[in-house]
Design a protein around this ligand. Structure first.
Ligand code: SF4
Length: 1038
């Protein structure tokens, strides 16, 4: 545990914090001290939640100390308690400008996150700190009720009302036991989450739902999903008191949407019909009763005339909504204030709302308590919610003030009346069956600004609001949407180093077709094919788990369909099996489980998880370490532009902009639209780095990411790392290089600081998960490694061998190498290591032995390797030479540079390709050349194979690329074309190897590296000898 002082507050932190963690905590404390709202972005993996908890709880303790100091000072009446330590020496707390003097004034911390599972993680993080506040976690009856009869109810409303009835009649045994258990030390002193609470409740037969509400009274910190806070109805239902509290929204990137959704509604014909049916049932029940007194005795306290009036209100409302002719799918839109006019037609006004509200509550409660067949009360409940929302706040009797109040209430809203297109389906069953009414219209009252909820929250007298997440940027537009001031802000750095992340914009695939998910391009076959080829190649080079995000389900389905029909899916799945995010909730757990299992399987090459931006995988899942080594973004996920709600939101923003209200700046509709896309992208790419030692690659596969504006929307820690490529070959090269380095660094780190890392990792993950270090397959390198890298290589290679073989076999190989070193006997080595040639999975290990072979044996070993495994080790003549011989050779070659034909180009003499011959090979009738010159034969054989593999069109493209290379010496262009052509099909890979023969001498090293990276095994420019041998073999067999 480390203690540090930030802004005068002593914070106890579980380990020495990083600079970015200190920065973050300082900002949190600044918000709390200055009572200022803050918007704080800190990337996932920076320990944001832990920092947030430690900083707020440290400040709270400090606040309590301040009050203690004041109380002591008051008692001492100006004297100092300790002569040598004046009160001021207690720190700035004692001089806090606040006048609070009671411990009950210490602000509560309200901690809200999006879901209960996120809250569970936060509570687990809290357990890892030294702070032990009194906590309460609020949940719904859905999660906390343990009464079997109530739990059997199908609808949420039925559960709520049955529970309320039981509570008021004290007929729930669990409720009756709450009081005596609410002071249990296990609950009061422990840090209990929802799961713990239910366990406790079952053990003690006490209701967890009411226990959590009881704990709330004394809690220092209250956890809840953020719709409880933002929805005034929920806030009221849970009796959440906010005055003076600190309100924290974690994962706040969704706050905007939740604010808008919690204050919007859709009143459907189905809702109205179910409400009318419910009232009809009440009326008919009463008609059968002898008198009102008897009815009342059964629980309904409302006069039957009021029930009849309510039914009339609903019928009028139905008629009012259906009076609009909204044929077609457009609907009509009115300003928000129109809602009052519409409701007035159904006699619902500020004057009648209390009466209607009370009657509705009575009837809903009465129906929930009725035995027999369940009656749907959701329509009545909806009307209740609408009344609370629309007629919120008190109004004065002055018509002008009333009008102003109504205008203010409805400013961020629009009324939209549209046809119910789902009516036909519902008509077949459900309440429609009993209703004579034809399908009608939907009344939507939609909120288009989070400001309504935020302002409401502020009006509750909160001390400050902190919004925090890993993806909030650009902060200015985020805060401008909220429309409350945020004086404190932070765009934090990441804890990772630059070499732990690789970000590239891939504007075109290997075949040079521009990539784009734009409306006019997304289903163009060339685009889909090029994207498929891109994914195929990235699948090969990204180790373990790879995430593939699409802009929407529709686009994902269409793209995968194309890939299945055109062979791309098979090529991808030959390397990594693909798991596709399902639309519904049901199959998700199973699918993601399959992916995790595949990636964890040390025998596999990992897996691909195809998912959608804004989906479950992109928003809330943890793809740590090997589960997410790469993220491919296949396009910009703009919201559906034809969705009426999106259209109206954009219109709303444009209207606000036109009004030019002083001191207020709104995004334009278009700006907002773009930001929605980038927020979703940022959320998805945030999956890749989950802790300080994690590493991964991000591929932005859409040419629109090239724009400066697009880059400015990426998170601040990603922006400086973005690389641009104009050819695919270089991406492949750099990605492979990136993973090699990152993996090596992680291995070093693992050994040096495993203990520390485990602790940190546990903290980062909420302490629940076990540390699981998954050993990655290291790419085998069968070329000769020299210099400083030699020892590392040998160690890594033996490490890989050890993890891949049984102990007995590993010992045999190790002994064989040792003997070879001692005796220089190649035959014995070949014999003792031949077990590696029995299984194709161990071929790469056999090829890797090449690095241990002495120069005078390399040629023989290379030939043996080719014979036994089908792949050589990239032997070159100069590798048979010892250092002195090489030096002599080099000076010789310096004197006599090799060239291509008569040009000044420098193809090596042994590997030069006559382009004319290539051209003939491409066009000409001969399958093979029959010249006596062995070099010609080699080239002829290669050309024949190329023609066969690529067909006339592909061969022509290759010819053009080679010809251009000859003229311009532009290596990049030529290699890009070659890689694209030869990586289309796996069986053509060997041609890429042999293609090395035509690479000029000064580009050979580059080419070799690219090959090694692409193939992840002994790749080298194929020596002429290999082809010569093949030619000889063909001739002799002929
Ligand atoms: S009091 Fe508790 S246990 Fe009883 S019905 Fe209500 S929520 Fe369920």
């Amino acid at each position: 545990m480390t203690s540090l002082s930030l802004n005068g507050v002593t914070v106890h932190f579980p380990f020495t914090p990083y600079d970015c963690q200190k920065d973050y905590m300082t900002k949190v404390i600044e918000c709390l001290q200055k009572e200022a709202n803050g918007v704080l972005e800190s990337p996932t993996g920076t320990g944001k939640t832990l920092c947030l908890l430690c900083a707020t709880l440290a400040w709270r303790e400090h606040f309590k100390d301040t009050i203690s100091a004041r109380k002591i000072a008051e008692r001492l009446k100006g004297k100092e308690m300790f002569a040598d330590s004046p009160l001021e020496s207690w720190g700035p707390a004692s001089k806090d400008g606040s006048t609070l003097t009671s411990y009950s004034d210490v602000p509560k911390i309200i901690y809200a996150s999006r879901t209960h599972s996120q809250l569970t993680q936060v509570v687990n993080e809290l357990k890892n700190t030294s702070y032990k506040p009194k906590v309460s976690v609020l949940g719904s009856r859905e999660q906390l009720c343990i009464n079997p009869e109530v739990m059997r109810q199908e609808s949420h409303h039925a559960k709520v009302h049955m529970c309320r009835t039981k509570v008021s009649s004290r007929s729930c045994v669990f409720y009756n036991n709450v009081e005596e258990n609410s002071t249990d030390r296990e609950l009061v002193d422990g840090i209990v989450d929802v799961e713990d609470l239910v366990k406790f409740g079952k053990k003690k037969k006490a209701c967890p739902y009411y226990l959590s509400r009881s704990l709330k009274q004394q809690a220092d910190m209250i956890f809840m999903p953020y719709n409880y806070l933002l929805d005034p109805k929920s806030r009221k239902a849970h009796s959440i008191e906010l005055t003076g509290s600190v309100v924290i929204f974690d994962e706040a990137h969704n706050v905007e949407r939740t604010c808008e959704e919690s204050t919007s509604f859709d009143m459907t014909p189905y809702d109205l019909a179910s409400a009318i049916n419910a009232l009809t049932r009440v009326l008919s029940d009463h008609a059968q009763e002898a008198s009102l007194v008897e009815a009342s005795s059964q629980g309904l306290k409302t006069d039957i005339k009021v029930v009849a009036n309510l039914k009339e209100i609903l019928l009028k409302l139905e008629a009012a909504i259906d009076s609009f002719d909204v044929a077609g799918d457009k609907g009509i839109t009115k300003p928000g204030i129109f809602i009052y006019e519409l409701l007035e037609r159904a006699l619902l006004t500020y004057d009648t709302k209390d009466c209607v509200f009370e009657a509705l509550e009575q009837i809903i409660g009465y129906l929930a308590g009725q035995p027999g067949i369940f009656l749907n009360t959701s329509g009545l409940q909806k009307l209740l919610d609408i009344i609370q929302l629309v007629f919120c706040g008190e109004v004065s009797s002055s018509p002008m003030e009333r009008q102003q109040k109504m205008e203010a209430n409805t400013a961020p809203f629009k009324v939209h009346i549209h046809q119910d297109t789902s009516a036909q389906r519902k008509q077949k069953n459900g309440p429609w069956a009993s209703s004579t009414k034809k399908a009608g219209n939907i009344l939507s009252y939609w909120c288009f600004s989070p400001s309504f909820s935020m302002q409401d929250l502020k009006n509750q007298g909160v001390r400050c609001i902190i919004l925090t997440s890993g993806t909030l940027s650009p902060l200015s537009s985020f805060t401008s949407e909220m429309r409350i001031p945020f004086p404190v802000s932070l765009e934090n750095n990441h804890v990772i180093e630059r070499d732990q992340i690789f970000v590239s914009v891939i504007e075109q695939g290997p075949d040079r077709v521009p990539l784009s998910s734009a409306f006019d391009r997304r289903f163009v076959p060339e685009n889909l094919s090029s994207l498929g080829n891109t994914v195929v190649n990235l699948t090969r080079i990204v180790p373990h788990g790879l995430l593939l995000f699409f802009p929407s389900f529709y686009l994902m389905e269409k793209t995968l369909e194309f890939w299945r029909d055109n062979g791309h899916a098979d090529r991808i799945e030959s390397v990594k099996p693909m798991f596709v995010e399902p639309k519904g909730k049901g199959a998700f757990t199973e699918t993601i489980g399959g992916y995790y299992n595949k990636v964890s399987d040390s025998q596999s090459r990992g897996g691909i998880f195809a998912a959608v931006c804004r989906g479950k995988a992109s928003e809330g899942l943890d793809f740590t370490d090997t589960f997410g080594r790469g993220v491919i973004i296949t396009g910009l996920p703009f919201p559906p532009k034809l969705d009426p709600r999106i259209i109206l939101k954009m219109q709303f923003l444009d209207e606000m902009n036109r009004k030019k209200l002083p001191g207020q700046k709104f995004l334009t509709g278009q700006e907002w639209y773009r930001e929605q896309a980038f927020r979703a992208v940022n959320q998805a790419i945030g999956r890749v780095i989950r802790h300080k030692d994690d590493y991964g690659a991000i591929f932005l596969c859409d040419q629109r990411f090239k724009n400066r504006d697009a880059q400015s929307h990426l998170p601040s820690w990603v922006r400086p790392c973005v690389r641009f490529y104009d050819n695919f070959g270089n991406i492949v090269r750099d990605v492979c290089q990136f993973f090699r380095v990152a993996q090596k660094m992680q291995n070093n780190l693992s050994t040096l600081s495993l203990q520390y890392d485990k602790r940190m990792d546990e903290m980062m993950r909420g302490g629940k998960r076990k540390i699981k270090l998954v050993q990655e397959k290291k790419p085998s390198v069968s070329c000769v490694v020299t210099g400083d890298g030699k020892n590392n290589f040998a160690r890594n290679f033996l490490g890989e061998m050890k993890s891949s073989l049984s102990q007995v076999n590993f010992e045999q190989i190790r002994q064989a190498l040792y003997s070879y070193k001692k005796n220089d006997n190649l035959d014995n080595l070949l014999l003792d290591t031949s077990l590696l040639t029995h299984d194709p999975h161990t071929y790469r290990l056999y090829q890797g032995l090449y690095s241990f072979i002495r120069p005078h044996h390399r040629k023989t070993f290379d030939e043996k390797c080719l014979e036994l495994t089908g792949t050589g080790c990239g032997y070159k003549l100069e590798e048979s030479l010892y250092k002195d011989e090489k030096r002599a050779g080099m000076s010789h070659s310096d004197e006599q540079p090799s060239g291509l034909s008569s040009s000044s180009s420098s193809f090596t003499s042994s590997t030069q390709l006559n382009v004319e011959q290539f051209k003939r090979g491409h066009q000409g009738p001969r399958e093979t050349q029959t010249g006596t010159d062995p070099k010609s034969q080699v080239q002829a054989a290669f050309l024949a194979d190329v023609k066969k593999a690529l067909g006339p069109e592909g061969s022509a493209q290759l010819y053009q690329a080679v010809n251009a290379y000859k003229k311009t010496d532009n290596y990049e262009n030529m290699v890009t074309a070659a890689v694209a052509l030869f990586t289309e099909r796996d069986e053509n890979f060997s041609l890429l190897l042999r293609f090395g023969n035509i690479i000029r001498h000064h580009h050979k090293k580059q080419y070799k590296e690219m090959l090694r990276a692409l193939m992840g095994q002994g790749a080298d420019t194929a020596p002429a000898k290999t082809d010569e041998t093949k030619t000889e073999e063909r001739q002799s067999s002929a």
